[in-house]
Design a protein around this ligand. Structure first.
Ligand SMILES: [Cu+2]
Length: 86
């Protein structure tokens, strides 16, 4: 299982994560401050939308069956990041 963690602190650190095609993958978000507007993370591409409680880890399984770039963003679609499957 490939695992990556993104720290959410007004933005996404890092804002791009890469997974290998065909390998099971988990992406975790951990929001560590109230800065910015990133209390919700959503992705139409990856099929999730969830609140990020402060200082808690929220994990999504990532479908790595198809290579490509899959965007995610805050609840208002302003702060953006992406998952690359290659
Ligand atoms: Cu926002």
């Amino acid at each position: 299982m490939a695992k990556q963690t993104i720290i959410v602190d007004g933005g996404y650190q890092p804002n791009t994560v890469t997974f290998k095609q065909g390998k099971p993958a988990e992406l975790t978000f951990k929001r560590v401050s109230d800065r910015g507007c990133v209390q919700v993370v959503q992705s139409k591409d990856l099929g999730f939308k969830k609140e990020l409680p402060l200082n808690e880890e929220v994990t999504f399984n990532i479908d790595t069956s198809k290579p490509g770039e899959y965007g995610f963003a805050c609840g208002m679609d302003m702060v953006k990041g992406k998952v690359v499957v290659e």
